[in-house]
Design a binder for this molecule. Structure first.
Ligand SMILES: C[S@@+](CC[C@H](N)C(=O)[O-])C[C@H]1O[C@@H](n2cnc3c(N)ncnc32)[C@H](O)[C@@H]1O
Length: 136
């Protein structure tokens, strides 16, 4: 996996297209909290552009927190430099080994796009998810 965020953001048109299509397709079945104060995790957020501009755009405007995690320091640094806001942040975590159920339970919804095929321990990741939308 290439860890060059600037390069990845230049060539991720297919990923952006697919995530938009997926969220259009399943947007109606995603159950947000009644009060709209959702906390959402994006596993393998990469550069953060899809987290911020596509996932963030379909969430209730009153959402509480949108956190992107990625094991790549370069990706997380880029994401925070470009997309961090008062309610949106990015942290370096490896989903295998560093993320546990207690952490996952802090979130109302968990998403992951184009990431799970990189993760060795697939059983763990699927166990972790309450609700997942994934593209691989
Ligand atoms: C193809 S990119 C997808 C980025 C973004 N979700 C998108 O759809 O454009 C895959 C990302 O998963 C991250 N990744 C791979 N294995 C991971 C793991 N075990 N824990 C967290 N992130 C991981 C990589 O660093 C990379 O940024």
């Amino acid at each position: 996996m290439n860890n060059n965020p600037k390069l990845y953001e230049k060539v991720n048109n297919n990923q952006r297209r697919d995530v938009i299509q997926l969220l259009n397709l399943f947007g109606d079945v995603i159950k947000w909290r009644n009060d709209g104060t959702d906390s959402v995790l994006d596993i393998g957020c990469g550069t953060g552009d899809i987290t911020s501009n596509i996932l963030g755009a379909i969430m209730p405007k009153s959402f509480k927190c949108l956190k992107g995690i990625d094991k790549s320091h370069e990706m997380v640094k880029h994401a925070n430099a470009h997309y961090k806001s008062s309610k949106m942040l990015f942290e370096q975590w490896d989903v295998t080994g560093e993320v546990d159920i207690a952490m996952a339970e802090q979130f109302d919804r968990i998403f992951s796009f184009y990431t799970l095929h990189w993760v060795q321990d697939q059983k763990f990741v699927f166990f972790l998810f309450k609700f997942y939308v994934f593209l691989n």
